[in-house]
Structure formats: C-alpha cells, structure tokens
Design a protein around this ligand. Structure first.
Ligand SMILES: [Cu+2]
Length: 151
C-alpha cells in the first residue's frame, strides 16, 4: 500500500466514523424524544388523578347543584365540574364554568361532560364561584355559589 492509498483509506475511515456518529446521534435523539413523549403523556393531566379531597359539582341552565362548598385551607382539593346540558343549548352550547377569580381557578366543563382542576386554597375566607358562560354570565345569581375556606 502506498502513501496515497493510506491517505485515502484514512479519509474514508474518518468519513465513516462521522456518518456513524451522526446516525448514532439521530437514533439517540429519536429514542430520547420518544421516551420523553411517553413520560409527558404518562404525567399529563388527561385523566388527572383526583386529590383525596374531590368535590363534585354539577351545573345546568338552572344553576349549580351546590350553592356552598366548605374546604380546609392549605389542603389540596380537586374540583370536578359536570355539565348536565347538551350541546344543543344555544346559550353557551351546553358548557358551564366554575371559576374563582381570587384563586385563579377556572374549570370549563364540556356539554354532558366533566372537567376538573386541582388546587390548594391557602387563605381562609369566603370566595364566590361563578359561571360566566351561560344565562347572563356571572351576574346571574343562580350561576353562583360560595366556596368557604376554613382555617
Ligand atoms: Cu353556566
């Protein structure tokens, strides 16, 4: 083998190494992103595991079925809102909301479905929850209630 051949082979070898490194990198990236995707889907709150303290509340055009909810401050709670109305309702399309401005919580339930939020009310007090989607919105007295957070 003369010097020229040796140089050629060395160059080819280096190129192959580079290709292999890129291929390895791509495979690693693919596997990594796939597993990250799996991890994210495993932890994403599609069907959130309800906290120990789950409060079920339902709403339809006549209002919430609970006018008052009592919880303890500092304890995580899951609020699960169910809409009893179907999508044929012209007012809000069968959706309802459960929102407390002071706590930054807003849950919107789809027609004939439910949705939930888990949060921890830290400060005791009386908060107004409301639905701002149907029947004149939050001014409607039937689409309101009180969340009482006890110390
Ligand atoms: Cu409503």
């Amino acid at each position: 083998m003369n010097k020229h051949e040796q140089q050629l082979r060395a160059a080819r070898c280096a190129r192959q190494k580079k290709v292999r490194a890129i291929a390895f990198g791509l495979i690693t990236l693919t596997v990594l992103s796939a597993s990250i995707g799996l991890l994210i889907s495993a932890f994403s709150p599609k069907t959130p595991a309800p906290a120990a303290n789950t409060i079920d509340i339902a709403a339809d055009m006549s209002g919430f079925n609970l006018k008052e909810i009592r919880v303890k401050a500092g304890q995580p709670m899951t609020l699960r809102l169910t809409s009893l109305d179907n999508s044929h309702h012209t007012d809000g399309g069968g959706k309802h909301q459960w929102a407390v401005d002071e706590l930054g919580v807003s849950v919107v339930a789809p027609p004939e479905g439910n949705n939930s939020a888990t949060f921890t009310p830290d400060k005791s007090g009386t908060y107004t929850y409301y639905c701002d989607i149907c029947c004149g919105g939050r001014a409607n007295p039937t689409m309101q209630g009180q969340l009482i957070v006890e110390a």
